[in-house]
Design a protein around this ligand. Structure first.
Ligand code: NAD
Length: 376
């Protein structure tokens, strides 16, 4: 087959704007339909981006020209919707996390395999020039041997911008399952699979209040730990410590520092597609305060074409046509979920938990991968 791949979207909520903005500008994909339980919402989004068809979920599932369906529903129904997509004979690109439990996520992957269909899982930020350049920098030995990482995500919480934030504090949400996929995916790209985790967690408050939109002022329950401190050991011996919190008045997020034997690599926020990348070299001599501590900081040029959400789907679309593996696979998404659930179990048990799954290096996106090129 030649020409762009037909794409449908299920879930016309908050994040659908970013997907629709990007996917409608990639020449290799053609967005044919948008569906949602709330059909008016789907119609509104389709009209805004010039997508020809819209309505309920079946408008997407029954369209013979759609090969890949993007699942932008909430995590609690990710598997149900992904399985419906597979049953309709279409490839799945799903937002993160892949699901909220291991059993149904594994079952969904098996169904896709049996049907000869692909599953791609967000985040695709890790395919952006930021993380991909960092991966190349490490591979060519610029920081020596990577030893450990430190990541921080802390702020007051998503109810400051999200009109329906309750799902972000329900099972399958929380700073760990909502934001963890960005940080853990980045760390697995750099260090490889996770072997063991330990963690502590707390709940800052029992309820939260919607702060924007029609539901402003509505209280909803906090079902999960809203602050989690994590230790991770990777199969290759590397280690990481990570903080995920929506209880911190001080906003500090997107921090990923990777210390190697010869330098510390600071990479961009893993919830973005790129940004500043630096390597800090060790001091050459002792500095005694109040003398300023000035370390050599090397700026690294980002390689790759800037992009946004939809990049992973585009890689999967081109891979389907080329008959090669795509990068953001279901197996990778499963390992990330397995790690996050193991962290939840470590919080509950107060012990180290072994991560049962593993995953091969998913490979890298070439620096010449151009989302705006017409290649199909
Ligand atoms: N909002 C963000 O900033 C953001 C960023 C990155 C990723 N994500 C991910 O994107 C996904 C969607 O998040 P969102 O913020 O857009 O949520 P949202 O609540 O704004 O939108 C979800 C949409 O899915 C629809 N929906 C729910 N169940 C459905 C079903 N069974 N069938 C069809 N439609 C259904 C809802 O009606 C709603 O329109 C989540 O997986 C989230 O983790 C969100």
């Amino acid at each position: 087959m030649a020409g762009p791949i037909g794409v449908g979207i299920i879930g016309a909520g908050n994040i659908s704007d970013q997907y629709l903005t990007n996917l409608t500008t990639f020449p290799d994909v053609k967005v044919i339909a948008v569906g949602d339980l709330l059909e008016d919402r789907a119609r509104e989004q389709a009209a805004k981006y010039g997508v020809p068809k819209s309505g309920g979920v079946d408008v997407v599932l029954n369209d013979p020209d759609i090969e890949i369906v993007v699942n932008l529903t909430i995590p609690a129904v990710h598997i149900e919707v992904s399985e419906a997509i597979i049953a309709a004979g279409k490839h799945v690109w799903t937002e993160k996390p892949i699901g909220i439990d291991r059993e149904s996520s594994r079952r969904m992957l098996e169904k896709a395999d049996a049907a000869g269909l692909r599953v791609g899982v967000a985040p695709d930020t890790v395919l952006g020039p930021g993380v991909q350049t960092a991966k190349r920098v490490i591979a060519r030995g610029d920081i020596g041997r990577p030893l450990f990482a430190q990541t921080t995500f802390q702020w007051q919480g998503p109810e400051i911008f999200h009109p329906n934030p309750a799902f972000l504090y329900a099972q399958g949400g929380g700073p760990l399952l909502d934001m963890g996929p960005y940080y853990v995916s980045t760390l697995v790209h750099v260090f490889g699979p996770v072997a063991t985790v330990a963690a502590l967690g707390l709940k800052g408050t029992e309820t939260r209040t919607v702060q924007v939109g029609p539901l402003e002022g509505t209280e909803f329950p906090v079902e999960i730990p809203s602050t989690v401190s994590v230790l991770m050991q990777f199969e290759n011996g590397g280690q990481a410590q990570s903080l995920y919190s929506t209880d911190s008045p001080l906003r500090r997020q997107g921090i990923v520092e990777i210390a190697g034997t010869e330098g510390t690599l600071v990479i961009p926020d893993p919830n973005t597609f790129g940004g500043d990348i630096t390597i800090t070299r060790p001091l050459s001599e002792m500095v005694v305060p109040p003398a300023p501590v000035v370390q050599e900081v090397v700026e690294i040029e980002q390689e790759g074409v800037p992009s946004g959400r939809g990049l992973g789907l585009l890689d999967m679309a081109r891979a389907i046509r080329d008959g090669r593996p795509h990068i953001a696979t279901g197996e990778f998404g499963y390992h990330v979920l397995d790690t996050l659930l193991s962290i939840e179990e470590a919080v509950a048990s107060g012990t180290f938990v072994t991560v049962e799954s593993t995953v091969a290096d998913p490979g890298s996106l070439g620096a010449d991968f151009d989302p705006l090129a017409a290649t199909l």
